[in-house]
Design a protein around this ligand. Structure first.
Ligand code: HEC
Ligand code: HEC
Ligand code: HEC
Ligand code: HEC
Length: 151
């Protein structure tokens, strides 16, 4: 094998490696990240730290508990699969109308904050209830400041 051939093969190898990283970067999700949906004109509360990997691996929650399709049907995913951001469908980042002007479900479908709160907080409440800690300690956060650190 000529030196030139080896150099060429090495160059192709490096290029492939870069291509692989590039494709992977398109679907990668960080282990933990601050939720800061850019569509909000301004975040009024402290940014929520979401432990994505801990939820899927330690808390053993299926991807489809949080990611669904355009009909709300749970998606069957595996690590590395691509998903849409919640705001792609739960588009409104303004304040949802108070009271009964809009049914709770409609608010959730339209408003980003309502969708995120329904997803995160409803599961945390159910999970704490199931855990049934007699000391009243709540392992999954349900109060504003436990998720939104004080600014
Ligand atoms: C389980 C965690 C959790 C709890 C508890 C929680 N939130 Fe949130 N909240 C979130 C997440 C996640 C978002 C979406 C942030 C984003 O994507 O930018 C959000 C968004 C918001 C927003 C819109 C973004 C902003 O900063 O203006 C407001 C307002 C808000 N929450 C207020 C509250 C209030 C008030 C409470 C208590 C009644 C509360 N939240 C409790 C997780 C939580
Ligand atoms: C407990 C809820 C929950 C579970 C379980 C979960 N995710 Fe997520 N995931 C989220 C949230 C919330 C985001 C942030 C979405 C946003 O910013 O709109 C996210 C982000 C992502 C992203 C990055 C999207 C982007 O464009 O930034 C990918 C990819 C992803 N999840 C894939 C998965 C896969 C695959 C699984 C299962 C192995 C999974 N998720 C399990 C809630 C969850
Ligand atoms: C492709 C569009 C789409 C994306 C992306 C999406 N949703 Fe939804 N979501 C919907 C639709 C449509 C419904 C209403 C389904 C129905 O009518 O039962 C819904 C319903 C919900 C509900 C209410 C569930 C119920 O049964 O009451 C919650 C909570 C929710 N979404 C949270 C999220 C979160 C959190 C994310 C991001 C991790 C997300 N959604 C991403 C379209 C989407
Ligand atoms: C389907 C259930 C479910 C959903 C949805 C969910 N969580 Fe959790 N979360 C849990 C459980 C279970 C724990 C661990 C409680 C314990 O320690 O026993 C937890 C713990 C946490 C913790 C404490 C740190 C940790 O990872 O142990 C934070 C912060 C948190 N969740 C934020 C969020 C946010 C923000 C969302 C929405 C984007 C969310 N969770 C959605 C079930 C859920």
């Amino acid at each position: 094998m000529s030196k030139r051939f080896i150099t060429l093969m090495l160059a192709i190898g490096v290029a492939l490696l870069f291509a692989a990283t590039y494709i992977y970067a398109g679907t990668a999700v960080q282990d933990a990240f601050k939720m800061e949906t850019k569509e909000y004109a301004k975040h009024t509360k402290g940014l929520v730290e979401f432990t994505h990997k801990k939820h899927t691996e330690d808390h053993k929650i299926a991807c489809g508990e949080c990611h669904h399709d355009d009909k709300g049907k749970a998606l069957e995913l595996k690590a590395g699969d691509d998903v849409q951001k919640c705001v792609a469908c739960h588009k409104e980042t303004g304040k949802a109308p108070e009271g009964e002007k809009l049914a709770k479900k409609e608010k959730i479908v339209k408003y980003h904050k309502e969708a995120l709160h329904a997803n995160c907080i409803d599961c945390h409440k159910a999970s704490n209830k199931k855990a049934g800690d007699p000391t009243g300690k709540k392992p999954a956060p349900t109060s504003c400041n436990d998720c939104h650190p004080k600014k």
